[in-house]
Design a protein around this ligand. Structure first.
Ligand code: TYM
Length: 331
């Protein structure tokens, strides 16, 4: 059975981008593959969270994984820092990851641009840690959104380089995976690009948002003056709303509004109302479970303990074999 690995940084609540780009696929894949889904708390350290925030955010992602339907009986759910073996593999991989290629990574360049005052080494070697996460379980499929494609390419580079350096056929190649034709990129509500935690509160709709808040955010989404010609191409701000509609609404609803746009009869207020309604509906079962799961500390403890054990067993085996390949020997 093929192995699947994916993780989400513990930097806040999960939004619709995380859900439709990643978690929805996790839930589907757990029935068909040997799955490892983790909470990337080591990765979240690049932004220096306080101890209280760190723990709270880890808990929130764990709760929302479970509320979304990831089943600890089917998939291994764990907290990254419960599996310190990953940092050992990260260290080995760092020895053949080069400054030039790390500096060229798009996400690194974006982070440098956004926070020039915090260009730390952890940020630079972020893709190396991510590669370690993936190859430590010898995964071949990684369910992620479009923004992670380059990181997956780097993970293959580092795994292959290790194989070549030691002349072994040890790490398999892992590829980004989605059930749809293309990797998903969920746009935000500000009309400027992807939905994200760092793009501002109003840009993202969170799984834990109340229906009222979702409605408020969607109704405030940026639009334009409307189409002036029949069948005119949609500008980005409008295309974004249609992309969201495509994910949360039925095909009929999408087509209905698309026809209205193409015939210059669209009223954006109606479109947004429908979009908000369908967002609320499609996330209702998750939202309803969040509070109960969050209150059940005993259950969360059980899930994370079981996950940590299973993940450490798999990671420990890899690290032992890697040590042997590298040439570490006891006297
Ligand atoms: P992170 O925490 O930024 O995002 C988690 C997952 O959500 C997806 N995602 C989106 N998908 C579509 N549209 C969006 N607007 C959107 N925003 C986020 C991401 O593609 C991702 O799948 N580096 C990773 C965490 C990580 C990881 C790993 C993932 C660490 N190690 C190993 C896979 C395997 C990250 O920062 O994701």
């Amino acid at each position: 059975m093929e192995t699947v690995v994916s993780g989400i940084r513990s930097t806040g609540n999960l939004h619709l981008g995380n859900y439709y780009g990643a978690v929805k696929n996790f839930v589907k894949m757990q029935n068909e593959y040997n799955c490892f889904f983790f909470i990337a708390d080591y990765h979240s350290l690049t932004t220096h969270p306080t101890p209280a925030n760190l723990h709270g955010n880890v808990k929130q992602v764990l709760v929302e994984y479970l509320a979304s339907g990831i089943d600890p009986e089917k998939a291994t759910i764990y907290v990254q820092s419960d599996v310190p073996e990953v940092t050992e593999l990260y260290l080995y991989l760092n020895m053949n990851a080069y400054m030039g290629e790390l500096e060229r990574s798009t996400s690194f360049k974006d982070k440098v641009r956004a926070h020039p005052d915090n260009v730390n080494a952890g940020l630079l070697t972020y893709p190396v840690l991510m590669a370690a996460d993936i190859i430590i379980h010898k995964a071949t499929k990684v369910p992620v959104g479009k923004d992670q494609e380059q990181h997956l390419e780097m993970a293959r580079t580092f795994g292959n380089r290790f194989n070549r350096l030691y002349n072994v056929d040890y790490f398999p190649e892992a590829y980004a995976f989605t059930f749809s034709e293309n990797l998903v990129k969920i746009p935000g509500l500000d009309g400027k690009g992807k939905m994200g935690k760092s793009e501002g509160e109003a840009n993202a709709v969170y799984l834990s948002d109340s229906p009222e808040l979702i409605k408020k955010k969607v109704m405030r989404a940026v639009t334009d003056g409307g189409p002036t010609e029949m069948n005119q191409e949609k500008p980005e701000v409008i295309q974004n709303l249609f992309s969201l509609l495509q994910v949360v609404s039925s095909e009929d609803t999408y087509r209905h509004f698309d026809d209205l746009y193409n015939s210059c009869q669209i009223r954006y207020g109606d479109l947004k109302k429908q979009l908000a309604e369908d967002m609320i509906l499609s996330t209702a079962p998750i939202r309803e479970r969040i509070n109960d799961i969050s209150a059940d500390t005993e259950y969360l403890r059980k899930v994370s303990k079981l996950g940590a054990e299973k993940a450490r067993e798999s990671a420990g085996k890899t690290v032992r074999e890697v040590r042997e390949i590298i040439g570490f020997k006891s006297f």
